[in-house]
Design a protein around this ligand. Sequence first.
Ligand code: GLA
Length: 390
Amino acid sequence: MSNPAQRANKLFVQTFGTTADDLYLAPGRVNLIGEHTDYNDGFVLPAAINFHTIIAIKRREDDLFRAVSDVYPGKINSWHFGQEDQVHPEDDWVNYLKGFTSALAASGLPAKGMDLAVVGNVPLGAGLASSAALEIAFGTAVNESSQLRLSPLAVAQMAQRGENQYVGSASGIMDHMISALGEQDHALLIDCEDLDSEPVPIPESLSLIIVNSNVPRGDFDAEYHLRHEQCEQVADHFGVESLRHLELSMLEAAASELSDVNYRRAHHVLTENRRTQNAAHALQAGNIAKLSELMAQSHASMKDDFEITTPEIDTLVEIIAKVVGTQGGVRMTGRGFGGCVVALVDHDLTDAVVDAIETQYQAQTHLEPTVYLCSASDGATRLDDELYEL
Ligand code: GLA
């Protein structure tokens, strides 16, 4: 049975011996441009994608949560609201749910318990925000079933708080916001300082291609935290709250006061903020040649200034860029050190791009790529009956 909504219902019945009340869904995401800018109060341009986490739920009258996932069928994890205790590393996925309820409890908001069954098809560990999809699907379900009346943005903020404070991951707000607020056929330009967001239509002429490099991922948590620290050190040096408040000209003028590494880290963030706003304008105007140039510059900056790409990822980007030329853009997407590449390319070139990846990537890197042809999707929602045919 491949329909995820049916699978969620089936897992619920098998686990809890009764039918679910409702189904909730939240998407994974791909970031078109604006990398490592969110935790520097900068700009990002992600799109929600048609890969989802789906949760079947039944409300309870007490404060108990019982959760099962199709990854570990038969294993029920339970906790009481506000009594999440400590994180259990072996129950990785449940910690994201407990993070959400613990953030609610810490904010003084009440919630009723629920039984829930989780299924999904967001590729795990690929850098497509499967954990944010899980948190936002769950958060949306809790919000509605306990009638908390939180806005989608507030659900996203609560999920980020849970992830930062309970799970202990320093992620920014991008993944949560796009999973909660995504719009079909649009990317979202998010200003991560005031959390304003603006939908930007993706031209109909473009295909959204995501390619997983399948590079074995190293300790990217440590590298991610290190990048955070380096950016903070530069902000501290200039006495500004975040790199958002630093002008490129000031950074350039004071280059000799900083270590070479810290200078390049900040240079990436400041130039990436500009590129991201310009890319949103280029998309809006249908100026694909400009988008192509900005995505190429973004990749080079991630490679040389921020140092988060790998040789295999660079190879993949080169293979695609050669086919696409100025008729589309390509860059690494997400946290880096492996993961995926995103390409927005003229429909007419889709087959040629896929063909080039399949014939050249493995030959050059000895890694097998995984290609996803995607579309930009809506954010989290309760599933109506007519949407069950996902
Ligand atoms: C991860 C984090 C995001 C963001 C990206 C890099 O996906 O969860 O908040 O920082 O890395 O752009």
